[in-house]
Write a protein of this length. Structure first.
Length: 321
C-alpha cells in the first residue's frame, strides 16, 4: 500500500509537470507534520515567482490517492488540479495581497478563524492570534471569494508593527468583521437532513423566532457560510444571547472547525460530553477539520470562556503535529 501511494505521488508530480510545464524542482512533497503540512501529506506546487514571494498551491495527496483508489481516473485528477491552478492564477492573488501593507485597505478584510494551537504550532510562531486552552483564534485577511470559497492569508506579527497597531484593536475589528461576513445561525439536524435549502435560524435579532433545546441533546451553532463556523460562539454578543435563551451557563462541544454544539450545563456532565466528542471525532470528523478534544464552558456571570476537561491520555502522549 505504501509503495502504491509513493508511486502515485511521483506520478502526480510528473503529471502536473507535463500538464502545466511547471519545473519539477518547483514541485515538492512534504510529509504530514511539516510546517506546510500540519494535518496531512501535501504536494507543494510553486507556480509563480515574484521579487519578494512565491505563489504556492498545496495539494493533499492522501485525499487524491483515496479518490484514485475509489475509481477516479488519473487524467481527471490531473485536470482538476490544473483547473484549480488556472483559477488561482486568474484570481491574481499576489497583487490583491499587496494591499496588506495599508491598514485602512486591509481592515475591512480582516476576520478570525479557529485552529488547534498544538497541531498548528509551527505555522503560528509568527502569526497574530490569541489562545483559549488549545484553541487558537487566528487573524486572517480575506484575499478573494469565488463561489463561496474564500482564499485568505494569515496576518503576521511584523504587519502589526508596520501598521503601528496594537493586537487588541486589530482583533476587535476582525471579530466584528467576522460577524457581518458570516452571521451566526442555529441549525436543526432534522432540517439539515431533509431540507437541502435549509439555511439555519437567526437568533440574534429582535423578533427572531428561534427556540433552543434546553435538554441534553444540545443545539448546533455555526454561521451562514457554515465553513469555519465554530467561530460563531466567540462573535460579539453571541454567547450572551445563547446563555439568555438557555437561562443557563453552557458547555461547548467543538465537533469540528465548522460547528459547535451548545449544551445547557444543567443537564449534562462535561466528562460525558468529552466521551461523545471523542467518538464523533474518530468516526465523523476529517482530521483537517479537527479543532479540539476538550470541552469548554461559558459562564454568564463572568462572561468568560473556560476549558473544563483535561487533555485525553492519547493527546498527552502524542507529540504535536
Amino acid at each position: 500500500m505504501q509503495k502504491d501511494y509513493e508511486t502515485f505521488v511521483e506520478k502526480l508530480e510528473i503529471g502536473i509537470y507535463e500538464a502545466t510545464g511547471i519545473p519539477r524542482e518547483n514541485i515538492s512533497f512534504e510529509k504530514e507534520g511539516g510546517r506546510f503540512a500540519p494535518v496531512g501529506d501535501r504536494l507543494l506546487v510553486k507556480f509563480a515567482e515574484h521579487d519578494d514571494a512565491w505563489e504556492v498551491c498545496g495539494l493533499y495527496t492522501q485525499e487524491l490517492f483515496k479518490s484514485y483508489q475509489n475509481g477516479s481516473p488519473f487524467e481527471e485528477i490531473i485536470k482538476e488540479i490544473t483547473d484549480d491552478l488556472n483559477r488561482i492564477k486568474k484570481a491574481d492573488i499576489y497583487e490583491k495581497t499587496r494591499v496588506i501593507r495599508d491598514y485602512e485597505k486591509t481592515k475591512p478584510r480582516l476576520f478570525i478563524r479557529l485552529l488547534n494551537a498544538d497541531k498548528y504550532s509551527a505555522d503560528l510562531q509568527d502569526a497574530v492570534y490569541k489562545t483559549l486552552g488549545d484553541i487558537a483564534l487566528v487573524l486572517y485577511m480575506k484575499v478573494t471569494e469565488y463561489e463561496g470559497c474564500v482564499t485568505s492569508t494569515k496576518i503576521r506579527q511584523g504587519m502589526l508593527e508596520q501598521w503601528g497597531k496594537e493586537c487588541d484593536e486589530v482583533f476587535q475589528e476582525a471579530i466584528l468583521n467576522t460577524y457581518f461576513m458570516s452571521p451566526p445561525r442555529i441549525y436543526r439536524w432534522e432540517q439539515m437532513i431533509f431540507n437541502p435549502e435549509y439555511e439555519g435560524e437567526s437568533f440574534m435579532n429582535l423578533g427572531d423566532k428561534c427556540e433552543l433545546k434546553k435538554d441534553a441533546m444540545g443545539n448546533c451553532l455555526s454561521t451562514t457560510k457554515k465553513t469555519n463556523g465554530a467561530v460563531a460562539v466567540f462573535l460579539p454578543g453571541v454567547a450572551e444571547q445563547l446563555a439568555y435563551m438557555l437561562d443557563s451557563d453552557f458547555y461547548m462541544v467543538f465537533t469540528s472547525v465548522h460547528e459547535v454544539m451548545i449544551h445547557n450545563d444543567k443537564f449534562v456532565e462535561p466528562e460525558d460530553l468529552q466521551c461523545v466528542l471523542r467518538d464523533t471525532i474518530r468516526e465523523a470528523t476529517p482530521k483537517e477539520d479537527y479543532l479540539t478534544s476538550r470541552i469548554y464552558q461559558y459562564n454568564r456571570e463572568t462572561h468568560k470562556f473556560i476549558c473544563v476537561t483535561p487533555l485525553e491520555k492519547d493527546e498527552k502522549s502524542r507529540p504535536p503535529a
